[in-house]
Design a protein around this ligand. Structure first.
Ligand SMILES: [Zn+2]
Ligand SMILES: [Zn+2]
Length: 109
């Protein structure tokens, strides 16, 4: 095959063409795969952040103009409505029935 047929508009392009000369669609699969790969990577990174819960205490301790009750939450275990609690030492989100942090093994305050 000397020519590459555009998948989108069926225009026959030169085999060395990177883009369809008619509609501009990329004809090189490699560049397309690269795009998809980078896109998926970002998605995976986002999902990872969602799965690993990090208490907001790390930022709270650094930011000085926060409300007092937020700072108190940092000093105590940050218990949430669903029963889980944030470890004040490492920020790990623990399940209801644990009495020590599952991540750093320090006792719940
Ligand atoms: Zn085309
Ligand atoms: Zn911990």
């Amino acid at each position: 095959m000397k020519e590459i047929t555009c998948k989108k508009c069926k225009f026959s392009n030169d085999k060395n063409a990177s883009y369809c000369q008619n509609c501009g669609l990329s004809l090189k699969n490699k560049s397309l795969k690269k795009l998809i790969k980078s896109f998926n990577f970002n998605n995976v990174a986002g999902l990872g952040q969602k799965g690993v819960s990090i208490a907001p205490l790390a930022g709270m301790q650094k930011v000085s103009n926060l409300k007092d009750n937020h700072i108190k939450l940092v000093k105590k275990a940050h218990s949430l409505e669903d029963g889980t609690w944030y470890c004040p030492y490492c920020g790990y989100r623990n399940k209801t029935m644990t009495y020590e942090c599952s991540n750093c093994l320090k006792p719940k305050p």
